[in-house]
Design a protein around this ligand. Structure first.
Ligand code: CMP
Length: 480
């Protein structure tokens, strides 16, 4: 369509040039005949034929000058587009055309009317100039504001901008000598005067820049943040127009009345399509929530009647009993004893990277990994050195609990991890009924101590290994 238009324009230009040249040739060639024709049709003979002919030639040359300027414009800015890969601003093209045409026209005028004093014409028209200046105040203001916008180049055609307090947002389509033309996301055109735009704050999202967007959502308080963040990040990064150069960021924004409020920050390949992409991102979040069993929060008031509980007596109690009975040191316990232990256990959730146990602290409980993974670390030259990774069903924290010594290592959650905490009193009642338990524990503790670094080992190891630990545990728990 555009190509056909420019072909038509070229054809019109060529035909007009040919006609103008022909008329000019005729006017110059049949100069004498034209003079006598003018004289013959004039009854009063007031007008001077040479001046009329000169005026006619001036008009024809003027049209020719216009065509030359158009062709020149086409050539110069065509080259510019070829070299730079984008169109020169319309304002620059217009200014170029006006200056080139004025110069050409002045040249033709002084050639046609050599006796006319152009200097005097300009000076005598000073008052006229002032009047004209006042009348064109706004227009000139726009014009110069437009020039300063072009010189500064704070934005270009194709960028998304938001202008002023009224927050007109859209894609810049054109910057003319009068106004900035914006195409809004409702496909309307907004024209903003250059002079008002120059006074207003303008938010620019350049086309060649990675611009970000925020999409907000929320979940119920019962949904895990680590899981939510992972699920949403993976769902959003695959959506169309979400740039793969920066991974989306999902983070908690607020602990709201109805739920945990999150924001998802993502970067767009094409910012001009942010409305569609925002919508797609929300859609992806919805489906991801469905698959992962996460729930959006909505304004609710949940009245929870809290029953005082020493341990876990919820619907998940069966899973806790199952978990504890699979722990090797608790294997000798009867079903009732494991059930009692499960009742006494307290459940805690740790985020990835959170410390469950800190070396050097006092501790009077041990932990069983219910879900997730933890890493046992000791500090070496001020840096953490991993000693062991413990998975579901493994336990830790028994050393301090059974010996009364400070914690020997840091234990850090590697992922979202749920642990079951078993306190001193629960263990003591088990020891009373299962004296063999003390022996198997002292064996494990002695083995684990060997896994620690020599200096720590030397500081904490008892000289006579598991036998020493056994008597230490007995002493600590008052077992005979
Ligand atoms: P505690 O000393 O109470 O606190 C740190 C815990 O890390 C410790 O008990 C053990 O449960 C655990 N731990 C220490 N060393 C090792 C190891 N070599 N292998 C597995 N766990 C360990």
């Amino acid at each position: 369509m555009k190509r056909r238009n420019s072909k038509n324009n070229l054809l019109i230009l060529v035909v007009t040039t040919a006609i103008v040249l022909l008329v000019l040739y005729l006017a110059m060639h049949f100069d004498a005949q034209l003079t006598s024709l003018i004289l013959s049709i004039q009854a009063d003979k007031i007008a001077q034929p040479p001046k009329i002919i000169a005026a006619l030639q001036l008009v024809l040359f003027g049209i020719l000058a216009y065509i030359i300027v158009r062709a020149l414009n086409f050539l110069v800015f065509g080259m510019f587009r070829l070299r730079r890969g984008f169109d020169a601003p319309t304002l620059v093209q217009n200014v170029f055309s006006i200056i080139a045409f004025s110069l050409l026209f002045l040249l033709i005028f002084s050639w046609e009317f050599p006796n006319a004093n152009l200097g005097a014409l300009f000076t005598t028209s000073a008052i006229f100039g002032v009047i004209l200046g006042l009348a064109l105040q706004d227009t000139l203001g726009n014009f110069f504001a437009g020039i300063s916008l072009q010189a500064d180049r704070p934005f270009q055609v194709g960028d998304v901008i938001t202008v002023g307090t009224q927050r007109h947002t859209g894609v810049v389509e054109e910057i003319t000598w009068r106004a900035i033309k914006l195409r809004t996301f409702q496909n309307h055109v907004v024209l903003i005067n250059n002079s008002s735009a120059a006074k207003e704050p303008i938010e620019v999202c350049p086309r060649d820049n990675l611009n970000a967007r925020l999409v907000l959502f929320n979940t119920l308080y019962t949904d895990s943040p680590a899981k939510t963040i992972h699920v949403v990040r993976e769902a959003v990064r695959e959506a169309d127009n979400v740039s793969d150069r920066i991974t989306p960021i999902v983070r908690i924004r607020n602990m709201g009345d109805s739920g945990v409020e999150y924001e998802c920050k993502y970067w767009l390949s094409d910012y001009a399509k942010y409305n569609d992409t925002d919508a797609l991102v929300r859609q992806r979040i919805w489906y991801a929530f469905r698959r992962a069993g996460l729930n959006f929060a909505f304004p609710t008031r949940t009245v929870q009647v809290e029953r005082k509980s020493a341990g876990i007596r919820d619907a998940d109690g069966g899973a806790i009993v199952e978990r504890l009975s699979a722990v090797d040191i608790f294997a000798p316990l009867s079903v009732e004893e494991t059930g009692m232990l499960a009742q006494a256990a307290v459940r805690h959730v740790f985020a990835p990277g959170e410390t469950v146990i800190r070396a050097g602290d006092d501790g009077s409980s041990m932990f069983v990994v219910h879900n997730g993974r933890v890493q046992v670390q000791i500090s070496e030259n001020g840096r953490p050195r991993p000693v062991a990774t413990l998975n579901e069903g493994d336990f830790f924290g028994e050393m301090a609990l059974f010996t009364g010594e400070p914690r020997t290592a840091n234990v850090v959650a590697l992922e979202e991890t749920e642990v079951l905490e078993i306190g001193h009193s629960a263990m003591k009642s088990l020891f009373d009924t299962n004296p063999d338990l003390v022996e198997s524990l002292s064996f494990i503790i002695s083995e684990r101590r060997e896994g620690l670094v020599p200096q720590v080992n030397a500081a904490i190891a008892s000289p006579d290994g598991s036998a020493g630990i056994l008597s230490a545990i007995k002493r600590f728990f008052g077992i005979s």
